[in-house]
Design a protein around this ligand. Structure first.
Ligand SMILES: *[C@@H]1O[C@H](CO)[C@@H](O)[C@H](O)[C@H]1NC(C)=O
Ligand SMILES: *[C@@H]1O[C@H](CO)[C@@H](O)[C@H](O)[C@H]1NC(C)=O
Ligand SMILES: *[C@@H]1O[C@H](CO)[C@@H](O)[C@H](O)[C@H]1NC(C)=O
Length: 404
């Protein structure tokens, strides 16, 4: 009995010493606002966000019109009425800070589906840029958000190449910065994670100067757009890459190193992690190694409903049974699963451990997560938010090492 009490006391002391007074690394988490329309236990609302999990939470997305005014496609999220005791998107996000005042809340503009056309036109015109900045400021002030994020995918690279985008992106950041900084608000951006895109789209030094947070999208290196098996987010290259006439261009470590080599401030960089997998249908299910030929994307998941990709929640619930074989690629430091003729490259606790170690070794600001809504946020397979918690645990480990 005495021993139990003593052990209990030791545990309590141990637990408290583990709680960092303030986390020194960023865990910057996006969530997709459309996840609220997913079916069954895939439905994700702001209510599902643990306000103590991330350091920054990003609402994705709002869009922009040709004239520079903000475009809020989904009226649900901007509806500010109390709907039978429930609030909607923006108001709920703002309310998270009542639970955790340390949490930073941001709104993200753009995303892949927004394309590049309206960004291109607006950023080229000082009057339209101002309209966009002022509209954004009104949204931020209304909900007391902590900053704004720009996810232009990508300057110079979509909807007809506009070489002037590269310069105009800097102008856009400059205008946002002038409005946000004096109020102590954050300017953040989601940025490309491939060398060729970085060279085309960014004046890295200036981009780094104006931004407080550089969220590098170090994923989507392979997917249904390839005609062979490849991993969504390898940390390092595989010898098979070179055997197939490729190199280490499409891997996460290369992208981060390249941003730093181009003089981005490492302490502002958050390295991206995917809480989803990219899937293929194998041509021959006995050949499931990297570069194996494929017939096309894998089947759509029950929640996310898109061929070629599955949320981690879908993978752990529906593709991890006894018919599923787990493989670990020790060169790329990532896992994949094969279920019959479906090949799934994804991120798990183990691969995340390696990525966090890499981020810490490079002196990065932290990690970015796309996205909260496809982690196992309900804890259906075990612990809630296993992937984001893996980030948090590994960072805590490094932070406790630093104190020694
Ligand atoms: C671009 O702006 C126009 C209105 O000016 C809007 O109708 C359109 O939806 C916008 N495009 C995107 C992809 O948001
Ligand atoms: C690496 O491969 C990419 C295409 O996958 C190519 O564009 C690039 O030139 C290659 N780089 C080197 C150094 O060979
Ligand atoms: C959600 O359910 C509806 C109605 O059953 C169905 O039409 C829709 O395709 C489902 N969505 C997904 C992503 O499976």
């Amino acid at each position: 009995m005495k021993l139990q009490v003593l052990l209990g006391a030791v545990c309590v002391i141990f637990m408290f010493s583990m709680i960092p007074t303030s986390s020194s690394h960023n865990i910057a988490c996006y969530f997709a606002s459309w996840a609220v329309y997913r079916n069954l236990s895939g439905t994700f609302d702001v209510y599902n966000i643990d306000p103590h999990l991330c350091t920054h939470v990003y609402f994705a997305f709002v869009e922009l019109n040709e004239d520079g005014s903000l475009l809020i496609l989904d009226k649900w999220e901007s509806n500010d009425e109390n709907d039978g005791g429930h609030y909607h998107g923006f108001r709920n996000l703002a309310n998270l800070r009542k639970v955790n005042p340390e949490l930073k809340t941001l709104v993200s503009l753009g995303g892949w589906n927004a394309g590049s056309k309206n960004f291109s036109g607006v950023s080229a015109d000082p009057v339209k840029r101002q309209r966009l900045v002022q509209d954004s400021m009104r949204l931020i002030e209304k909900y007391n958000f902590d900053g704004f994020d720009i996810d232009w995918e990508y300057p110079t690279l979509r909807d007809k190449a506009h070489p002037e985008d590269k310069e105009n992106f800097v102008e856009l950041l400059k205008d946002y910065s002038a409005a946000l900084k004096p109020r102590g608000l954050l300017l953040s951006a989601a940025l490309a994670g491939a060398v060729d895109k970085i060279d085309s789209a960014y004046f890295v030094e200036q981009v780094s100067e104006y931004l407080d947070l550089l969220n590098i999208m170090t994923y989507d290196y392979h997917g249904a757009f390839d005609d062979f098996v490849g991993h969504v987010a390898p940390l390092h290259a595989s010898p098979l890459d070179y055997q197939h006439g490729r190199n280490s261009t499409y891997v996460a470590a290369t992208a981060v190193d390249y941003w730093i080599y181009k003089n981005a401030d490492p302490s502002k960089i958050n390295m991206g992690l995917a809480t989803y997998g990219r899937t293929f249908t194998l041509e021959d299910k006995t050949n499931n190694q990297l570069y194996a030929p494929v017939l096309g994307p894998g089947p759509a998941g029950p929640y996310s409903g898109l061929k070629g990709s599955l949320g981690y929640n879908e993978i752990c619930e529906h593709y991890s049974g006894s018919d599923s074989v787990y493989y670990w690629d020790d060169d790329q430091k990532v896992p994949h699963r094969v279920v019959d003729d479906t090949w799934i490259g994804f991120e798990d606790e183990r691969s995340i451990g390696y990525k966090v170690d890499f981020a810490v070794s490079k002196g990065l600001g932290g990690l970015m997560i796309w996205s909260l809504d496809t982690d196992d946020f309900l804890g259906t397979c075990g612990r809630r938010y296993p992937l984001v918690n893996a980030v948090k645990d590994r960072l805590k480990y490094w932070e406790s090492q630093e104190k020694k």
